[in-house]
Design a protein around this ligand. Structure first.
Ligand SMILES: [Zn+2]
Length: 238
């Protein structure tokens, strides 16, 4: 069964061309998120999407301090995409000063999303507000990426039917493992968030995806994790 990575930043690798080819050769289904509509646009011009590699149209909340949300380009592109991400909120550090602007953007993005588009959502220190905005806009298909909030909000997100993508850094932290064990098996997905994670102390690249799966199998003591993830992602896309 093919492995699936639901959150990967191809454009952050200097050797992105090699990894693009690697992903296709190894038939690893990979959702490449982008941090701005402009980056999505360039990625799509540079690389054809394939059966295995897709791009998501995004606006990462961490970009709020450096680059305004290009609403015009987003509006132009959003009708033609299946995946939206990386989007969301981040209330850590100096990003906290831009809460209002972030909320405006994320609310706008969620309002623009249709029922069959899948969102990959960042929620660092802003989990409850993320939940409120997803609910308010009746977002149907969302994957909470690298969730690090409390278990009560996690349960409320589960009540809405949302999924959670987990990565190797979570697998290597105590709180991360607690979160992973609190997610029902049918709501769990795997992400790399490469290059922002490490596998066995080395920066992630797509040749390590199988190691992330192996670690998850160990933590959950379950030997058919790849089949479960396959089923979960198929259900989400239906
Ligand atoms: Zn990311």
């Amino acid at each position: 069964m093919n492995l699936i990575d639901t959150h990967f930043h191809l454009d952050f690798y200097r050797d992105h061309k090699n990894w693009y080819e690697y992903i296709n050769q190894h038939q690893q289904y990979t959702l490449c998120v982008t941090n701005t509509p402009g980056i999505y646009y360039s990625c799509k011009r540079m690389y054809p999407e394939t059966k295995y590699l897709k791009f998501a149209l995004g606006y990462n909340p961490q970009n709020i301090v450096s680059e305004n949300f290009d609403k015009r380009l987003f509006n132009h592109l959003v009708g033609g995409v299946k995946y939206i991400g990386e989007v969301g909120l981040d209330f850590t550090g100096k990003l906290k000063d831009k809460q209002k602007e972030q909320i405006q953007c994320f609310d706008y993005i969620c309002a623009s999303a249709s029922n069959n588009q899948v969102l990959s959502v960042h929620s660092k220190k802003a989990e409850e507000t993320v939940l409120t905005i997803l609910k308010k806009n009746k977002v149907k298909k969302a994957i909470l990426h690298w969730y690090s909030g409390d278990l009560q909000t996690l349960n409320e997100l589960l009540d809405c039917g949302y999924y959670f993508s987990v990565n190797s850094n979570m697998l290597n932290s105590q709180h991360g493992q607690t979160i992973i064990r609190s997610i029902p098996l049918e709501k769990i997905l795997v992400e790399s968030d490469g290059p922002f994670t490490k596998v066995n102390s080395n920066k992630y690249n797509p040749s390590k995806l199988q190691d992330v799966y192996a670690q998850l199998e160990q933590v959950l003591n379950n030997s058919i994790i790849n089949e479960i993830i396959w089923d979960n992602f198929s259900t989400l896309l239906k």
